[in-house]
Design a protein. Structure first.
Length: 192
């Protein structure tokens, strides 16, 4: 919670600066830290021979952290600092996906296989793999789309009510972090 609060505060300082480049630097540092922690934990758990379900639960927690960071950063940015007509929709989606990632992590971590047998674990792991692949593809598409649409690198726009530059930076670096965590999760799951 402390890391999440600090990350949101840092992102809001970047937004408050009114400069997309400052926010991009802040979000890139936050993303690198989260991805580094996620990959380090993943590799530590994998090297220690922990179960695939435990590793999948940890990966899902880190993904939930990124989605939560995005939701909170969007909420505080557009509820208090800037205006953007669609911020509430994106915030709601981010909250929902964060909840699903964290709930999935709890379900997997509690050992659903203990109730359902090995087949239950295999089904959850298969679902986790498909969702991770979908997330990886979606995040790559998001980053490419933002670049092709001219939204990244971000710039401030003079159109009142449409200050989406902060959201675009949050989207891009969140997508980058999720893509990296997802790619690493898929890579290490093949090694287990």
């Amino acid at each position: 919670m402390l890391a999440l609060s600090g990350s949101v505060a840092a992102a809001l300082l970047g937004v408050w600066s009114g400069r997309p480049d400052v926010l991009a630097i802040v979000m890139s540092v936050i993303s690198v830290v989260i991805v580094s922690l996620a990959i380090a934990e993943n590799w530590r758990m994998t090297s220690a021979g922990m179960s695939e379900t435990s590793v999948a639960a940890a990966n899902s927690r880190h993904m939930g952290l990124v989605w939560s960071l995005g939701a909170l950063a969007l909420f505080f940015t557009y509820a208090f600092l800037l205006e953007w007509k669609e911020w509430l929709v994106f915030t709601g989606v981010f909250v929902t996906v964060a909840f699903l990632c964290l709930a999935f992590s709890v379900i997997v971590d509690k050992g659903a296989g203990a109730k359902n047998g090995a087949t239950g674990d295999e089904a959850l792991l298969k679902l986790a793999r498909y969702l991770t692949i979908a997330q990886l593809v979606g995040m790559i598409a998001t980053m490419i789309g933002l670049v092709l649409d001219g939204k990244m690198p971000a710039s401030t726009q003079a159109n009142p009510g449409w200050y989406d530059w902060a959201g675009n930076v949050i989207f891009f670096y969140g997508a980058l972090a999720l893509a990296a965590i997802s790619a690493n999760a898929l890579y290490t799951s093949r090694k287990i």
